[in-house]
Design a protein around this ligand. Structure first.
Ligand SMILES: [Zn+2]
Length: 290
């Protein structure tokens, strides 16, 4: 008997594609700082940072010169956004090239003061290869309350983020602020910064920006749903278990996992074929009628 393919909606398709692309790993050579800064890989990362900055700006996740983006290059270098510059206006020459201590190695511009936050994340969690920090209004609204939306309401949020963390308030730009995320950075790829904004890590800046979108959309959708005034429908626990099993196989972090050495050292998205197959399964299930 012939099987009928269930058409996949744009959103579900995008989710599947997003998950599949998580498997891409940066690949860089160890070079002298100047050679590394001029490498084609560094140029590609600058272009990606600029693209991500533009997306954050277009989505109103940034204000003034706020927000910052960084990406690791190999084990020794970091490219990041400059200080005092709108993320809508950046050009390749504006992107800073730093070592893992925050020292600018090539270029004239001063780096974002929040590179300290990014570096703490990179040093604490080698799986983090890119970090995005910004001030999306709905997620930042939650950060003012020191809370996150409940889990179990939106499947995309469960798959890509799971429980988000809330780091305590500290003065932005300081080392004390940078260290506020340390208790959370192993198990959470998305952290609300109390009275400030959000920080997300992933394997690429593009994927870290997706986490920002997913988090802010979840916060917004939850606020809208509350206004409807009807009881909220939660995803059954058994279905959450299925999502968690899927996330384990995808290599995505989730604070609901018990700590295990293989999870901690597993690269993000280690098995592309399995990942795609599992996401397709979830996508198909999401299309099933209630
Ligand atoms: Zn900020």
């Amino acid at each position: 008997m012939e099987q009928t393919l269930v058409p996949v909606s744009g959103q579900v398709k995008e989710t599947a594609q997003a998950a599949a692309e998580v498997v891409r790993e940066p690949n860089s050579e160890e070079n002298s700082p100047l050679a590394a800064a001029n490498s084609s890989e560094a140029q590609a990362l600058r272009a990606e940072i600029i693209r991500v900055g533009r997306k954050l700006w277009d989505r109103h996740y940034l204000d003034g010169n706020g927000g910052n983006i960084s990406v690791r290059l190999g084990s020794r270098y970091v490219l990041c956004t400059p200080t005092l510059m709108s993320k809508a206006d950046m050009e390749p020459a504006d992107i800073c090239f730093s070592d893992m201590e925050g020292n600018i190695l090539v270029g004239e511009r001063s780096r974002t003061s929040e590179l300290l936050l990014h570096l703490e994340i990179y040093k604490a969690n080698p799986r983090a290869r890119a970090v995005v920090h910004c001030h999306p209004p709905h997620a930042t609204a939650f950060s003012i309350t020191g809370t996150t939306p409940p889990n179990g309401l939106i499947s995309e949020y469960e798959i890509f983020i799971g429980p988000a963390a809330v780091a305590p308030y500290e003065t932005p730009g300081t080392q004390a602020f940078a260290e506020t995320v340390l208790p959370f950075v192993q198990d959470h790829n998305t952290i609300l910064l109390t009275n400030h904004g959000i920080v997300c890590w992933s394997d690429t800046a593009t994927h870290a920006e997706w986490l920002v979108e997913i988090m802010d959309t979840c916060c917004k959708t939850y606020l809208l749903a509350k206004q409807i005034g009807k009881p909220l429908h939660f995803i059954p626990d058994s279905k959450i278990e299925e999502i968690l099993a899927l996330k384990r196989r995808m290599g995505l972090p989730d604070a609901r996992f018990a700590h295990s050495p293989e999870q901690a050292n597993q690269p993000v998205g280690k098995n592309a074929a399995e990942l795609e197959r599992l996401v397709e399964q979830v996508a198909a299930r999401m299309k099933e009628p209630d």
